[in-house]
Design a protein around this ligand. Sequence first.
Ligand code: GLU
Length: 281
Amino acid sequence: MTTTRFAPSPTGLLHLGHAYSALHAASFVDRSGGDRFLVRIEDIDRTRCRPEFEAAILDDLAWLGLAWEQPVRRQSDQMNDYRTALDRLDDMGLLYKCFHSRKELDDALSAPHHRPMMGPDGPAVTGTDALMPAAERARREATGEPYALRLRMAEAVRRTGPLTWSDRSHGEQAARPELFGDVVLARKDVATSYHLAVTVDDALQGVTLVTRGEDLFQATHVHRLLQALLDLPVPDYAHHPLLVDPETGRRFAKRDRSLTLKALRDGGVTAAEIRKRVGFG
Ligand code: GLU
């Protein structure tokens, strides 16, 4: 039995790239055979997400002819689940508080003796707690300054040993989470992060096949590590190529307003035409 999901962030309207991604996820599912297709709303970033985009996304997906299991999981309603996972990692001694602002971190890391390697998410910083004098950390903690929680990556990798995952498009992969450094698992402004929320949700929802764009391929290194640390089941993965607009040669993105599904619908394009255009006709 297969369970897949489409997990949009409601920060804008869906475009053709999303239509492809959602139809790709659903294409692995035979609902009459008991397979499950889920839609999950990834709205932890409260400053960028809007309820009207969530409503428009669900409306577009239904218009495309997709049907998904109810209820839809909305990440902002599930903070307790992320807290439980963080507590567990904290009990294992794998988290530390990072009080640095982005600017302070940039300044600290630009010192020649600290310059970190570039990772898939930017500089792979490690041990940021050691970059701030203990007294300053204590002062900030005492005054209730917000902090991010970072994973002690080297220790985490030592605990799990080598890990692999299976990608249907790219074959067996050796996980290299250390390339990311001490990833943030809870942000200063939100008590979770993309990596943590996605990993916990996929496990709690029984997702057996994670389908998503290749832009998130690298993130799977971190997700695989979190699964091992939290004793979560390991799904298969199918990272798909990102759809490119033949007219511009660039991949579809939220900036391309004219190609939102809504604009196409308003212009009289049918759902069958969209499905065909993205290869699922
Ligand atoms: N919410 C993410 C996005 O909209 C997708 C996350 C995932 O599929 O893992 O890009």
